[in-house]
Write a protein that binds this ligand. Structure first.
Ligand SMILES: CC(C)(COP(=O)(O)OP(=O)(O)OC[C@H]1O[C@@H](n2cnc3c(N)ncnc32)[C@H](O)[C@@H]1OP(=O)(O)O)[C@@H](O)C(=O)NCCC(=O)NCCS
Length: 202
């Protein structure tokens, strides 16, 4: 009985706080000149940053979970999306994507398809970041296909494409392309097996 009351109160609290955060986040996003479709939900503050030539475009119905308690998987930081390439950078997120404490750092081009699930504390970047350091490589585009699912703590580094429907296992470090319709995992991330058949409700 007490458990049910606690569960309902928590759901109600999450619902109301999401509505309030979403309202303010959408105002901030529009003021920043970032393009976002309809129906996105924000749990806690997501940080967006773009440079003068940096573009961020987000589709419809995406969810950004930044508060530690906004799900049960153990989010340990807010979502941060940046598009900060000095010569222009293009960060595009499709429809129906979900992010939990996900950091996306774009210096050139990152394209994320539709219905991509990014587990807790995932990192996607097309750059080594310390661009003035001679040991750093050049930024290279990242492409993540429709319906890809990144497990918790996955890191996707520069120049990588992940084909549609593919699952990347928890804690993987993706440094090379991964094809469509496979389960892949590890450091470095490699294909474990093919997904023989898959159907999505949508
Ligand atoms: C990738 C995953 C979906 C695969 O699940 P599965 O199909 O049931 O795979 P299995 O458990 O049968 O493992 C198959 C093989 O892959 C290996 N493997 C599985 N997940 C792995 C991982 N994350 N890293 C390294 N190896 C992994 C297993 O050790 C096993 O190796 P073996 O064949 O040499 O014994 C799952 O292991 C995973 O990582 N899930 C995490 C999802 C997640 O983070 N969810 C949180 C919310 S987003």
């Amino acid at each position: 009985m007490i458990n049910s009351i606690l569960n309902v109160s928590e759901q109600l609290f999450q619902f109301i706080s999401c509505k309030i955060y979403s309202l303010f986040m959408l105002m901030i996003i529009h003021l920043m000149g970032i393009s976002i479709g309809k129906g996105s939900a924000f749990y806690g503050w997501t940080k967006f940053k773009h440079g003068n030539k940096g573009i961020i475009r987000i589709g419809n119905d995406c969810t950004f979970r930044s508060k530690h308690t906004s799900n049960l998987i153990g989010i340990n930081r807010p979502c941060i999306l940046s598009s900060i390439g000095a010569d222009g950078s293009n960060l595009v997120v499709g429809n129906g994507c979900g992010f939990s404490g996900t950091v996306i750092g774009c210096f050139q081009e990152i394209i994320i398809g539709d219905n991509v699930k990014c587990g807790a504390n995932t990192l996607i970047t097309d750059s080594d970041w310390h661009l003035d350091d001679p040991r750093a490589g050049k930024p290279a585009p990242v492409n993540i296909g429709n319906n890809v699912w990144l497990g918790v703590n996955v890191t996707v580094l520069k120049g990588v494409s992940i084909g549609e429907n593919t699952v990347i296992g928890a804690n993987s470090l993706v440094v090379k392309d991964i094809p469509a319709n496979v389960i892949a995992a590890g450091n470095p991330c490699k294909v474990l097996k093919k997904i023989e058949s898959i159907s999505f409700a949508n």
